[in-house]
Design a protein around this ligand. Sequence first.
Ligand SMILES: Cc1ncc(COP(=O)(O)O)c(C=O)c1O
Length: 401
Amino acid sequence: MPGPGAYLVGSEEKKELMDVIESGHFFRYGAENDPRFQQKVLQFEKEFASYSGAKYCVAVSSGTGALMSALTALNIGPGDEVIVPGYTFIASLSSIILSGAIPVLAEINESLTIDPDDIVKKITKRTRAIMPVHMLGNPSEMDKIMEIARQYNLVVIEDCCQAAGASYKGKKLGTIGHMGAFSLNNFKTITSGDGGMVVTNDELLYERAFAFHDQGHKPNRTGVEIGNRSIIGMNMRMNELTGAVALAQTRKLDQILETLRNKKNKLKSELKSTMGVTFRRINDPFECATLLTLLFDNKETAEKFGQKVGAKTLAHSGWHVYNNMEQLLNLKFDLDDGEIMEYRKHMLPQTDSILERAINISIGVVDNGLGAGYGINIRSTDEEIAVVGANIKEIMKEILS
Ligand SMILES: Cc1ncc(COP(=O)(O)O)c(C=O)c1O
C-alpha cells in the first residue's frame, strides 16, 4: 500500500529505465563523450531544481541521507541544538543525533506541523537550527518560522520528505529555508523505491552537501580530484537506474498533485456539515493533499470512529509519534551547563491532545504506518469517493446517537 507515484508507474518509467539498461552505464559518473551514457541522475537533479525554483539539487540515496547532507553542509554538530516537532518520522531526529547535535522537541498545533509559538519557548543559547517538518503534505507556517530564524540568527532545514511539490505562499517547499530535504521512498508523493534530494539556493551549501554525499568530492566530478576534497563525506550517491525512475516521476508530480487535490475536495464536500468532526488546519491550499486528517471533539469519539474503519488515532498510529520512539526515549545528552536533555513520554501535552483526537483518511498515501489504512487512493472514482464519504457520515451518526 504505497504513495500516489507508485500507483502511476507506467510506460514513462519503463522507457527511462530501459535507456539506462541499454546504455550499460549504471553509475552516476561516466565518460561524458560516450553517446550511450544517459546521465539520468544529472538530468533529474536539473529538472527537480527547476521544478522547485531552486538553483541547486543533489540527488541522494534516501530522505535520511538528504537530511544528513543538509545538516553537515550547514556545519551543525556537537554542542548544537536543533528544534524539531515531536510528530515526525524518526529520521528527522536520528539525522540530527547522528550529526552529533541534539534534537529539541517542540509541540505541533492543529495543522499537525510545528507550533511557531513553542519554537520560541524552546530556544536556548545552544540553538543553531529549526527543522520544520511539512507533515502529511501540509506546509509548516514558514513565514512565522523564517521570522523567528531571522530574529535569533538560526538556520532552517525544511524536512519536505512527505511534501514533494507542495508550496507555501507561492514558493515551493524546500526553497524557503536555507536547505530542503526530500524522500523518494515508496510511500512518498513520487517514488523511485528509495532515494532523496537536497535543494538549496546557496552555492557553498550545495558544494558541501554534494561533498558529504560523495566522499568529499566537488559536484559532478570526472575524476577523483585528489587534493581538492574539502570535507569528510560518505557514499549516499544515487545510481542511474534510480535516477531514471525519479526523472519520470518528477514529470508526473504536477498531475499527481492536481488529481489528489480534486479528490480530496470531493471527499471534503461529501463530509460537509458532518457533526462531531472537523479537518486539521491546512496552511496553504497548494499542499500535497495526500491525506485528510479528521479532528474529533474528543479522544473517545476518535477511538470509536477508528474501531469502525479499522484505523488507529494518530497517537497510536505507530512510529511517527515521539511517544512511540523507544530508541529516542532511552537517550540522554549532557548539556554544557550541567543540565541533561531527556526525552520523556507525554512531554508534549499539546501534541498528545491533538494526536489522540486525530484520524488520517488516505487520499493518495495509503499507509497503516501513518494511521491511514482507510480511505481512497489516486485511482478512486467519484462513486468510490461518495461511498467512503457516506460511510464516514453514517459512522458519525451512529457514534453520536
Ligand atoms: C518526515 C520524514 N522525514 C524523513 C524521512 C526519511 O526518508 P527516507 O525513508 O527516504 O530515508 C521520512 C520518510 O519516511 C519522513 O516521513
